[in-house]
Design a protein around this ligand. Structure first.
Ligand SMILES: N[C@@H](CCC(=O)N[C@@H](CS)C(=O)NCC(=O)O)C(=O)O
Length: 202
């Protein structure tokens, strides 16, 4: 089994933190996005979308999409549960994870993709859309601060994949000047709690 990883990118980091929480070690292959290694024919043969991470299983099966990779390891290593403990809890965790992906991580990545030098000439950039993404991400962080007034973690009283998605998205915002504001006390407390865990350094 091999995990195709890229150290600085947020989606592979989600998988690394997930694995660290589970205590699972997987051999990795570094993919240099800067050199567009993920856009070369041999990589595209594994994942036509070109994104990292991907997980290649021993029988050659390739699992792309961060949540699908996490789902695989939730099955092979159920403890600690990070995707819910029963049907109701799993549905709630999935709801929050999708919100963190669609409302926080993707808008923050949208700012980077549409406004940052890194992607200039690599992908079509629409800076105005980057501004829309920035506004959305900023509003969503304010909303998340309110959500976290109610509980310790995003989907309840313990860490789940939703927290992992959120922290990877929010930390990636630093590259484009999106950050938790000093008056967002609940978000600040939550971020401190997540970043104190050994998995945060994965
Ligand atoms: N939907 C995919 C997104 C994967 C993705 O876009 N990964 C980014 C890194 S975080 C990437 O490969 N960027 C480089 C590129 O698109 O060329 C997932 O959830 O894994």
């Amino acid at each position: 089994m091999k995990l195709y990883d890229s150290t600085l990118a947020p989606n592979p980091r989600r998988v690394r933190i997930f694995l660290a929480e589970k205590g699972v070690e997987v051999p990795t292959v570094q993919v240099d996005i800067g050199k567009a290694e993920n856009r070369q024919p041999d990589y595209l043969a594994k994942n036509p979308m070109g994104g990292v991470p991907i997980l290649e299983l021993d029988d050659g099966t390739v699992v792309a999409e961060t949540v699908a990779i996490c789902r695989y390891f939730e099955g092979t290593q159920p403890e600690p549960p990070l995707m819910g403990t029963d049907p109701q809890d799993a549905a709630v965790v999935e709801m929050w994870n999708r919100r963190m992906e669609l409302e926080v991580l993707i808008p923050i990545a949208g700012v980077f993709r549409n406004t940052h030098e890194f992607f200039k000439g690599r992908i079509p950039q629409v800076p105005e859309y980057g501004d829309v993404c920035r506004e959305q991400a900023t509003k969503r962080l304010a909303w998340l601060d309110e959500v976290l007034a109610e509980r310790d973690f995003i989907a309840g009283d313990r860490l789940t994949i939703a927290d992992i998605t959120a922290v990877c998205g929010i930390d990636f915002g630093r590259v484009t000047g999106i950050a938790i504001q000093p008056d967002q006390k609940n978000l600040t407390r939550w971020h401190a709690a997540v970043s104190e865990r050994p998995s945060y350094k994965a």
